[in-house]
Ligand binder design. Sequence first.
Ligand SMILES: [Cu+2]
Length: 68
Amino acid sequence: METIQLNIRGMTCNGCVNNVKNVLQKTPGVAGVEVSLEQNRATVTYDPVKASPAQFKAAVEDAGFDVV
Ligand SMILES: [Cu+2]
């Protein structure tokens, strides 16, 4: 397993946090997700054989947020 931190722009409330969490958790290969509204950050634990950071970025952006 590997862990990556994504800096996310556009989250304003716990609903946003849950959206981001959900789309990341739905990505195949993701084992765990933590999202901090205060820090505008998602921490993703994933299997590098099945998932890649580019997929996380795309999933978050599809949900309407920016990865910076
Ligand atoms: Cu919100």
